[in-house]
Design a protein around this ligand. Structure first.
Ligand code: UD1
Ligand code: CA
Length: 481
C-alpha cells in the first residue's frame, strides 16, 4: 500500500450550523450539484483510505441516510452532544474500535463544511506529513481576515508551537494571519494517545482537537505544518453568504477546467455548472445558462443563451437556445428552441428539430424529423424525415391514463392536427390541416378528419345590415362589378 494512502479519513460533521437559519442541516445544503458533506466525502474518497468515517450529530438520521446514498462505504460515527472537535474525533475512533478497527498509519481529519478543499491538497498534506515523519501535520493558510479561526503560533525556528483559538487569543495573537484550517494528518496511534489527554479547560469548555498539538510536542514528537497554496480552499461555510461565495469559487474552478479542456464559455459569470457536467472540445456555452446534473456536451455542441439543462446529453454539433431540458437526449446536429421544453424521456435523433414553443415528453423523434412550431409531443414515437405541422397536439391523456402514438417515416402532417392516442400512423402518410386523427392511418394515405367548409352567401347583408362588415362587403362587391 502507498505510504500516503491513509488508514482513515475522519470528517467532522456533527455541528448544527445555526447561522444557515435553515430547516435543512447545513452540510446538506448543496453547491454545484453536490452537498457540502458530499464534497468532503468525494475529496476524502480520492485518497482511497481504508476507513472513511463521518462524525454525525445534529439531524443525524437525515445526514446518515444521505451519506449512505452518497458513498456506501462511509462509516457514520454518532456524537450525541457536540462537546468539541477533540471529542468528535474520539467518537470516530471509538466507532472504528467497536468495529474492531484500530487505524495503524495516517489518520486525516477534515470537516464536512469545507467544500472547496481538493483531494490534491489533502494528498499534498499527507505526503508532507509522511516525508517529515511527523506525529501531526496541520494544514494552515494565510488568510486576509483571520477572525474566528485558531491562530498558528510559530517559534523562532519556524516550527509550529501552538494553535490558539480566537476566544483564547491575546490582542497580539489575533493579528496573526496564518490560521489553522482544522484539517490535519496524524499518526493514528499517537492521535489516540493524545486525545486521551485533552481536557475541556478553555474559554469554550470544549475538548479542543487543537490541544493535541502541544500534547504531542511535549511528549517529544515532531509536529509540522503544511500551508495551502490557495487559502480559499480551506474556507468553511457557516452562512448563506459564504455558501454563495463557495458556489461561485467552485463554479469558476469547474468552468476554468472546461475551458482548458477546449470548451468555449462566453460568459463564465452567468454560466453555472454542476460537478458532473462534461464538455467535449469545441463545445460552446452562451450566457445565462445552467448545466446541471450529469449533462454532457459533445464536440461542437452549442448551448444557450438562456438554457437550463439537467441530466441532458447534447450531441455533436447540436444547437440549443432558450430551452429547458430534463433527462433528454439531443442527437448530433439536432436543433432545439428558441423556447422549447424537453421533458424526461425525450430523444431527438440526428439532425432532428424541436422548434419554437414546442414541448416534448417521453418522445422519440427520428433522424431528420422536424417539429418546428407550437406543438406538444407526449408519449410518441416518430420515424425518420417526417415533418409535423405547426400547432400539433399529441393527445396522450384521456383523463385517467396516458396512451402512445406512433407516426412513421417520411410523413407530412398538416398544421393544427390532433393525434388522439393510442394511434398508429404509417409511413409516407399525409394528413390535412386541422384534422383530429382518431383512427389509425395506413401507409401512403392522406387522412382528412374535419368538417367540410360551407359558404352561406349574402348572410352578412341579411343578418347584420348596415354594420361595418356589411358595408365593407358591399364595397368589395361594387369594386368587382
Ligand atoms: C476549529 C478549530 C480552529 C480552526 C477552525 C477552522 C478547534 C478547537 N478549533 O474551530 O482552530 O481555525 O476550526 O474552521 O478545533 N464539530 C463536531 N463536533 C463537535 C464540534 C465540532 O463535529 O463537537 C465539527 C463541526 O460540525 C464543524 C467542525 O467540527 O464542521 C469545526 O467545528 P467548529 O465548532 O466550527 O470549530 P471552530 O470553533 O470553528
Ligand atoms: Ca467553524
Amino acid at each position: 500500500m502507498s505510504p500516503n494512502r491513509p488508514a482513515a479519513v475522519v470528517i467532522l460533521a456533527a455541528g448544527e450550523g445555526t447561522r444557515m437559519r435553515s430547516a435543512t442541516p447545513k452540510i446538506l445544503h448543496a453547491i454545484c450539484g453536490r452537498t457540502l458533506v458530499g464534497h468532503a466525502v468525494a475529496a476524502a474518497r480520492a485518497l482511497r483510505p481504508e476507513h472513511l468515517v463521518v462524525v454525525v450529530g445534529h439531524a443525524r438520521e437525515r445526514v446518515t441516510e444521505h451519506l449512505a446514498g452518497v458513498d456506501a462505504g462511509v462509516v457514520a460515527a454518532v456524537q450525541d452532544r457536540q462537546l468539541g472537535t477533540g471529542h468528535a474525533v474520539r467518537a470516530a475512533l471509538g466507532e472504528l474500535a467497536r468495529r474492531g478497527a484500530v487505524p495503524e498509519g495516517t489518520v486525516v481529519v477534515t470537516y464536512g463544511d469545507v467544500p472547496l478543499l481538493t483531494a490534491g491538497t489533502l494528498e499534498a498534506l499527507t505526503a508532507a506529513h509522511h516525508e517529515a515523519g511527523n506525529a501531526m501535520t496541520v494544514l494552515t493558510a494565510q488568510v486576509p481576515d483571520p477572525t474566528g479561526y485558531g491562530r498558528i503560533v510559530r517559534g523562532p525556528d519556524g516550527q509550529v508551537d501552538a494553535i490558539v483559538e480566537q476566544k483564547d487569543a491575546t490582542e497580539a495573537l489575533r493579528a496573526v494571519r496564518e490560521i489553522n484550517s482544522g484539517v490535519y494528518a496524524y499518526d493514528g496511534r499517537l492521535l489516540a494517545e493524545a486525545l486521551g489527554k485533552v481536557t475541556a479547560d478553555n474559554a469554550q469548555g470544549e475538548e479542543y482537537l487543537t490541544d493535541t498539538l502541544a500534547i504531542l510536542r511535549e511528549a517529544g514528537h515532531r509536529v509540522g505544518a503544511f500551508t495551502a497554496a490557495d487559502h480559499r480552499e480551506v474556507a468553511g461555510v457557516n452562512d448563506r453568504v459564504q455558501l454563495a461565495e463557495a458556489r461561485r469559487v467552485l463554479n469558476t474552478r469547474l468552468l476554468e477546467r472546461a475551458m482548458r479542456d477546449g470548451a468555449t464559455i462566453v460568459d463564465p459569470a452567468s454560466t453555472w455548472v454542476d460537478v458532473d457536467v462534461t464538455f467535449a472540445p469545441d463545445s460552446l456555452v452562451h450566457p445565462n445558462t445552467q448545466l446541471l446534473g450529469a449533462t454532457s456536451l459533445a464536440e461542437g455542441a452549442e448551448v444557450g443563451p438562456g438554457c437550463t439543462l439537467t441530466d441532458t446529453s447534447v450531441g455533436a454539433g447540436a444547437r440549443i437556445t432558450h430551452a429547458v431540458a430534463d433527462h433528454a437526449e439531443v442527437g448530433p446536429g439536432a436543433s432545439v428552441g428558441p423556447y422549447a421544453y424537453l421533458r424526461p424521456g425525450t430523444r431527438l435523433g440526428k439532425d432532428a428539430k424541436a422548434g419554437t414553443y414546442v414541448e416534448m415528453k417521453n418522445a422519440r423523434i427520428g433522424e431528420g424529423t422536424k417539429v418546428p412550431h407550437l406543438s406538444y409531443v407526449g408519449d410518441a414515437t416518430i420515424g425518420d424525415h417526417t415533418n409535423i405541422g405547426a400547432a400539433t397536439v399529441f393527445v396522450n391523456y384521456d383523463g385517467e391514463s396516458k396512451h402512445h402514438t406512433t407516426i412513421g417515416s417520411h410523413c407530412r402532417t398538416g398544421a393544427d392536427n390532433m393525434f388522439v392516442a393510442p394511434r398508429v400512423v404509417g409511413d409516407g402518410v399525409y394528413t390535412a390541416a386541422g384534422s383530429v386523427i382518431t383512427k389509425d392511418v395506413p401507409s401512403g394515405s392522406l387522412a382528412v378528419a374535419r368538417g367540410q367548409q360551407r359558404n352561406i352567401e349574402g348572410w352578412v347583408a341579411r343578418k347584420r345590415p348596415g354594420s361595418a362588415a356589411a358595408q365593407a362587403a358591399e364595397r368589395a362587391r361594387d369594386q368587382q362589378d
